[in-house]
Structures are given as C-alpha cells and as structure tokens.
Write a protein that binds this ligand. Structure first.
Ligand SMILES: [Zn+2]
Length: 77
C-alpha cells in the first residue's frame, strides 16, 4: 500500500526535501487516484502513480510543500 511506503520513508528519513535537503517531516491528504487504463508491463512506477499526497518539509524555516503523484521521486535510498 502506497501510504505505508510513504510513512515508512518519512520515518526512516528517506524522503528528502528538494529545497533544504533535509528529511521531509510530514505528509497529508493521501488519496488514491483512479487510473484504470494503462499498459505498463514491467513499469515499476505503477504503484507510485496510483496515489497522490501532500508532502510537507517542516524543517526549520523551510516552507516547501507539494501535492504530487510522483512522491517516489523524493525517496532517496
Ligand atoms: Zn525543506
């Protein structure tokens, strides 16, 4: 489930803010998006495209936040 992946990434500090490069602290308003038609055999991004969330940096003075379907791009291993 995508929300759990996001929460785990935040908890493990793997979700990185593109502005200040610190771990993103919060997420909000998770929603499944309905994308019923696709042909993506072998496309590992399918899971990430099926959900949308607001990511909130919340580090210090950083005001970065973004509502995105491409949250997986902010996860750094
Ligand atoms: Zn930030």
């Amino acid at each position: 489930m995508s929300l759990q992946v996001i929460k785990d990434a935040i908890a493990q500090k793997k979700m990185i803010c593109p502005e200040c490069k610190n771990p993103i602290q919060k997420c909000d308003k998770y929603a499944e998006t309905i994308d019923s038609v696709w042909e993506g055999f072998g496309d590992s991004k399918i899971d990430s495209r099926g959900s949308r969330i607001t990511l909130i940096c919340a580090n210090g003075n950083c005001a970065w936040q973004e509502r995105t379907e491409f949250w997986a791009e902010y996860i750094k291993e």
